[in-house]
Design a binder for this molecule. Structure first.
Ligand SMILES: [Zn+2]
Length: 453
């Protein structure tokens, strides 16, 4: 085991000397040397909380981390953003252990990719698994939703761990039932912005027990809502924890308690993440005061409605699948007034080579209503994005194509009066963040210059 840890730690050191960051590659090297490293390190942990699901894993983990920090009796480690496959998890554990292989912490809070769950769950002392939602992700990486459901069920069935599940997602509900584990459900109550019907792609439109079409009293977004199968009776389960979106944050109720979590987190999908983190924290024994303090101290992670103050204000968002893309468009739509939207689509391995998911995203509903003065399409698939917008009814004179990220950014901020919303796929996210930060630094140094060149 020590050889693996040394290999991993040396790789980390070399990367650090080269000015590179990352935990996945050191983890990969360590596992090559000691394939059973996860099991060996996992044995040293007292307990572990896992967050999985298609969207919202990173935000839910970040929120939960802030809440758990309020409990000074326990120390937690968690994996770096996106390092949610076996090698990333091992890399993060190695970072927190000594050269002699001893972990410096006793608890772990981990974001785990849905497809990686079967390789991870058996080797860690997991007490709770949070399942946020199940949507279609990039097809070329994981196959259909059915595959995800099978992998999650296989990883969890027969274990004694406790599941924290989104009651409003029929797919998550089905998985939770199939595992036969104890489950605590959370649910969002109907509010002013619920949809009575909608035409977004719904992965869970049909009952997984009998194949009959589900009937909905209302939708929140995607297949999330209040559902019932008229044929077999499968329906939204009773939830222990309820959320109600408010202007100032999220009102939460459980048992006889009802309280407000103050947060400026935007978007209904993010309020679901707040609800998931709150439910998990409550099950971990945190007090309402600790939960409130933790949520209040949370700052958005990279690319999740990440706001860069400046002139103009810039807001950066990661998009990677249809539902996530729809949620971001829906949130941009909540911002009244004219704006500029810059979408950067890459098709590297980490983005998913197949960009056909752009056609499953509901640009028809949101794009024309967004009041975007200009749409700037960037990245290696800038042309595909422009075609997609044209089909969604955006007139060609409002679409600009600029594959180069830096030039696209400069074009986007040209009109200094309009806020700019950036939407990027995974491999364009970090470069765009750097470009934005450089631009802001330059503007602070040279406030007289109208734009960065
Ligand atoms: Zn049914």
């Amino acid at each position: 085991m020590l050889l693996g840890i040394w290999a991993g730690k040396l790789t980390q050191l070399i990367l650090k000397l080269l000015g590179r960051r990352g935990t996945s590659f050191p983890g990969f090297v360590a596992l090559k040397v000691s394939p059973k490293l996860l099991a060996k390190l996992g044995k040293q942990l007292e307990s572990c909380v896992v967050v999985t699901g298609t969207n919202g894993k990173t935000t839910t983990v970040s929120l939960l981390r802030e809440i758990l920090k309020q409990d000074t009796e326990r120390t937690w480690i968690s994996n770096a953003e996106g390092a949610n496959m076996t090698q990333g998890i091992v890399g993060s554990l190695i970072q927190s252990c000594t050269w002699w292989g001893k972990l410096k912490v006793s608890h772990a809070l981990l974001e785990v990719d849905e497809a990686t769950m079967p390789q991870v769950i058996p080797y860690l002392p997991v007490s709770h698994v949070v399942i946020t939602n199940i949507f279609r992700d990039q097809l070329d990486r994981y196959g259909e939703v059915d595959g995800t459901i099978q992998k999650l069920t296989r990883a969890l069935r027969g274990t004694s761990l406790h599941i924290v599940a989104n009651a409003d997602d029929p797919l998550v509900h089905y998985v939770a039932q199939q595992t036969q584990c104890p489950v605590t459900y959370y649910s969002m109550e109907p509010h002013s912005k619920i949809l009575r019907s909608h035409n977004q792609i719904r992965d869970g439109a049909f009952c997984l027990y009998c194949g009959h079409e589900l009937e909905y009293a209302y939708f929140h977004y995607g297949q999330m809502g209040h559902y019932q199968c008229p044929n077999c009776g499968f329906q939204t389960p009773d939830a222990a924890v309820h959320g109600m979106p408010q202007q100032e944050g999220l009102e939460v109720s459980f048992a006889t308690e009802r309280f407000l979590l103050r947060t400026d987190i935007r978007g209904l999908y993010n309020k679901y993440n707040v609800l998931a983190a709150t439910t998990a924290a409550w099950l971990q024994g945190l007090s309402i005061q600790q939960i409130q303090n933790g949520i209040a101290s949370y700052r958005p992670t990279q690319g999740r409605m990440q706001v860069f103050a400046g002139v103009p204000v810039r807001i950066l968002n990661l998009i990677k699948n249809p539902t996530g893309c729809n949620s971001v468009l829906q949130t941009i739509d909540e911002d009244p007034g004219t704006k500029v939207v810059c979408i950067a689509i890459n098709d590297m391995d980490a983005d998913g080579r197949d960009v056909s998911w752009l056609w499953d995203s509901d640009f028809e509903t949101y794009a024309p209503a967004l009041q975007a003065e200009t749409w700037i399409c960037s990245g290696t698939r800038a042309g595909d994005m422009a075609v997609r917008l044209k089909y969604a009814g955006i007139s060609a004179d409002r679409i600009r194509v600029e594959p180069d990220l830096r030039k696209a950014h400069d074009l986007a901020i040209q009109n200094r009066h309009l806020p700019v919303y950036f939407m990027t796929t995974y491999t364009a996210l970090f470069p765009m963040q750097q470009i934005i930060e450089e631009g802001l630094r330059h503007e602070t140094l040279h406030p007289d210059r109208a734009s960065v060149s």
